[in-house]
Design a protein around this ligand. Structure first.
Ligand code: HEC
Ligand code: HEC
Ligand code: HEC
Ligand code: HEC
Ligand code: HEC
Ligand code: HEC
Length: 416
């Protein structure tokens, strides 16, 4: 039995598992640092930069560990600065007296480990070490790809036309050579149309079939065009600034409402003003080469000169993606707050999109189909809707109360 343990495989296995251990250890380390960076951008970058002397709402955190007390102070401060100040901690009282604006309490959002990871990131000096040649997701667009297939198609068609022309002249000259040999008069060069007409006269049935085929395709396209008035599924226009939803709402986990603050309280979701962008971009210049000029456009639009807003502000002219006609009434508040519908149901996986694209048709039948099959959720905190829903529940005992049952398919609800 002991001899088995001494088999030559054992040291190999030991070395392998040691290697694996150290690998996974360094992986863990790397991910803790990456998390720290991500968390810093999500939670702290709104108020703190990592640039020397750049104050946003709070001071720059570059080298902050050289001035704050050692030990648990950092963790205690970040988790609950309020409590630390009230406990009479000397340094906490001192810095909060400089500054009227208070820092957020993070107790409910961050764990101790996460705060420590943020601390590790701050100690690295702020991540300007990031490579400047990271991949630019805006570099290749699908439009270019579909253009490529178009060019190939055009190429094939012009090749075929050329081939027909060559065959036609060859046929003509062969016939003339034959005529010449047999002593017949030469065939005059016939125009294209007279020749085509003569050919069609000889192949009547084939021509009739072709005409029917073309008519069918044409009317189908016309029908699709008519049904698709105002339908722009897949519409994804180029924007004046290459702003990525994936990087903001996906990778950095910024809440939709942070920028589209209207969704819960008004008809429109709203596009954020450049001031909202500058909450972060006063401090964030972008870690990749391709980002810097795009973020610079944001700063120029806000009139930022590097330290203050001294230049004139120029609003960014975003291109609207979703467009309902003016005679349709649609309210985000009604759908998001009252109807409890997710953004993704109507806008798709925005967190995964670099460029926003219209995913749903926004036609009348699209609205009505959903109203027919979606149940109306209750609303405990709003007496008006509670009462309405209670009445409906009584009227439709035991049935599902869908939006159409409360009038959601009456013309007047959606049309002014
Ligand atoms: C809403 C703005 C805001 C956010 C968000 C914020 N801070 Fe602060 N922070 C401040 C302000 C303002 C101060 C200055 C002290 C004061 O007034 O309370 C400060 C002070 C600090 C200090 C002490 C600085 C010094 O010079 O001694 C540290 C450390 C700190 N914050 C870390 C963080 C970390 C880490 C995060 C993210 C988890 C964060 N802060 C998020 C506003 C914020
Ligand atoms: C809550 C913070 C925050 C806000 C608000 C914010 N950004 Fe950003 N932005 C970031 C972070 C983090 C990055 C990634 C930087 C990096 O990886 O180096 C970034 C990157 C960018 C980039 C480069 C990457 C890309 O998306 O193309 C652009 C351009 C940009 N932001 C524009 C904007 C605009 C325009 C607004 C306002 C509508 C805005 N940002 C609002 C945090 C923010
Ligand atoms: C950092 C700010 C920011 C965040 C966070 C953000 N957006 Fe946006 N959003 C914008 C800006 C700026 C535009 C206009 C430019 C564009 O269309 O890309 C926009 C455009 C849109 C549009 C298209 C508007 C139109 O013209 O029809 C939709 C839909 C949208 N956002 C949904 C979302 C959803 C869903 C989320 C959350 C998952 C989200 N956004 C998070 C800034 C943001
Ligand atoms: C029931 C479907 C539906 C849901 C749910 C929904 N939207 Fe929309 N959204 C639309 C329609 C339809 C439009 C076009 C409105 C127009 O053109 O008047 C739109 C337009 C927008 C726009 C363009 C600006 C504007 O206000 O017209 C933004 C930004 C937007 N939505 C963000 C969001 C976000 C963020 C959420 C989630 C919190 C969300 N939407 C949830 C259907 C929806
Ligand atoms: C994903 C499903 C969904 C889609 C798509 C949708 N709706 Fe709705 N809609 C709802 C729900 C759920 C409610 C019920 C909200 C409530 O409880 O009052 C609602 C309610 C409404 C109401 C109020 C009805 C009433 O009786 O008060 C209007 C108006 C409306 N929607 C218009 C539209 C329009 C216009 C569109 C298309 C552009 C649309 N909706 C697309 C789910 C949807
Ligand atoms: C749930 C919302 C909703 C209801 C209810 C509704 N419509 Fe519409 N209607 C729309 C939307 C959205 C469009 C725009 C469609 C587009 O742009 O393709 C539209 C477009 C139209 C148009 C323009 C023609 C077209 O297809 O573009 C007419 C006419 C119309 N509706 C009539 C009616 C009548 C009549 C009723 C009542 C029987 C009604 N609608 C009920 C949402 C609604």
């Amino acid at each position: 039995m002991d001899t088995v343990c001494l088999s030559p495989r054992k040291p190999l296995r030991l070395i392998l598992s040691l290697l694996f251990l150290s690998l996974s250890f360094s992986f863990n380390n790397a991910s803790a640092q990456a998390d720290g960076k991500k968390l810093f951008k999500q939670k702290c970058a709104v108020c703190h930069s990592m640039k020397e002397g750049v104050k946003i709402t709070g001071p720059s955190l570059l080298g902050v560990f050289n001035r704050i007390p050692q030990g648990d102070w950092f963790v205690n401060w970040v988790l609950n600065n309020d409590k630390l100040i009230k406990s009479g901690d000397k340094y906490a009282v001192k810095i909060s007296s400089f500054d009227v604006s208070a820092m957020t309490v993070f107790e409910s959002e961050l764990s101790k480990e996460e705060v420590l990871a943020i601390g590790e990131f701050i100690k690295t000096g702020g991540g300007d070490e990031a490579p400047s040649d990271c991949e630019n997701p805006f570099a290749v667009t699908e439009e270019e790809e579909s253009n490529a297939t178009l060019y190939v198609l055009l190429g094939i068609i012009s090749f075929l036309v050329l081939l027909i022309a060559v065959l036609r002249t060859t046929k003509h000259s062969i016939r003339n050579t034959l005529n010449e040999r047999e002593g017949k008069p030469l065939n005059p060069e016939m125009g294209f149309w007279p020749e085509a007409k003569a050919w069609m006269g000889m192949h009547k049935r084939f021509v009739a079939l072709c005409v029917i085929f073309v008519l069918c395709i044409g009317s189908k396209a016309a029908w699709d065009g008519m049904m698709g008035i105002g339908v722009y599924t897949g519409y994804a226009p180029e924007q004046p600034i290459k702003f990525s939803h994936k990087i903001h709402a996906g990778d950095n986990g910024i809440n939709c409402q942070y920028c589209h603050s209207g969704v819960e309280r008004s008809k429109t979701a709203g596009i954020p003003t450049v001031n909202v962008c500058m909450n972060c971009h006063k401090g964030i210049e972008g870690s990749c080469g391709w980002m810097k000029p795009e973020i610079e456009k944001v700063r120029v639009a806000s009139g930022f000169d590097g330290s203050g807003y001294t230049k004139p502000e120029k609003p960014i002219e975003w291109v609207k993606v979703h467009n309902l006609p003016d005679f349709v009434f649609f309210s985000h508040q009604q759908h998001v707050k009252v109807g409890k519908q997710e953004c993704a149901t109507c806008h798709g996986d925005v967190q995964g999109m670099h460029v926003i694209e219209q995913k749903e048709p926004l036609t009348m039948s699209w609205c009505i189909d959903c109203h027919r099959k979606t149940e109306v959720p209750g609303m405990k905190d709003n007496p008006y809707y509670e009462q309405l829903h209670a009445k409906l529940a009584e009227k439709y005992k035991g049935q599902k109360i869908t939006v159409d049952k409360m009038g959601g398919i009456e013309c007047g609800k959606c049309h002014y």
